[in-house]
Design a binder for this molecule. Structure first.
Ligand code: AMP
Ligand code: ZN
Length: 140
């Protein structure tokens, strides 16, 4: 992906304030920070989003995310940490190379609105769970 911003960071063509790097992942500071310490963890190969993420990269990126989350907590003294991960335009994704946001959170920082939720009846939950089991069975 010649013009992908995050591929260009991996190749060293664009600057990044790096936090951590291993064979499969790279972690660096977000240039638009919700709070100081707002970090991004990306996979090194170009993968558009979670729908294309293979098992080994998924394992590697979550391992790095856990390490970065501990570092964010230790370095910022935040009260909590929120992970945010967006996929496709409708999911809020703006850079189309898989990444996880690691957000330091502070008590009552009112950073993220929570979605309005309803409590579906049990038969609706059971029916949806069955549809998802079928979808999973086709994704072996
Ligand atoms: P998302 O909206 O979840 O796709 O997040 C993309 C994030 O990438 C945004 O929060 C941007 O601020 C961040 N971003 C874009 N370009 C860069 C860059 N060159 N270095 C670091 N972060 C970036
Ligand atoms: Zn890319």
């Amino acid at each position: 992906m010649d013009d992908c911003i995050f591929c260009r960071i991996v190749r060293g063509e664009l600057p990044a304030s790096k936090i951590h790097e291993d064979a499969h992942t790279l972690s660096f500071m977000n240039i638009m920070a919700a709070h100081p310490g707002h970090a991004l963890v990306i996979v090194k190969p170009h993968v558009d989003n979670i729908l294309d993420l293979d098992d080994s990269l998924a394992a590697a990126v979550f391992q790095s995310t856990a390490r970065v989350a501990r570092a964010v907590k230790a370095a910022t003294g935040c009260d909590g940490v929120t992970l945010f991960q967006a996929n496709e335009v409708a999911g809020g994704q703006t850079v189309f190379h898989f990444h996880i946001h690691v957000l330091p959170r502070f008590t009552d920082d009112r950073l993220l609105p929570f979605w309005p939720a309803s409590a579906p009846p049990r038969d609706a939950l059971d029916a949806m769970a069955a549809r998802l089991r079928s979808a999973l069975a086709g994704d072996a």
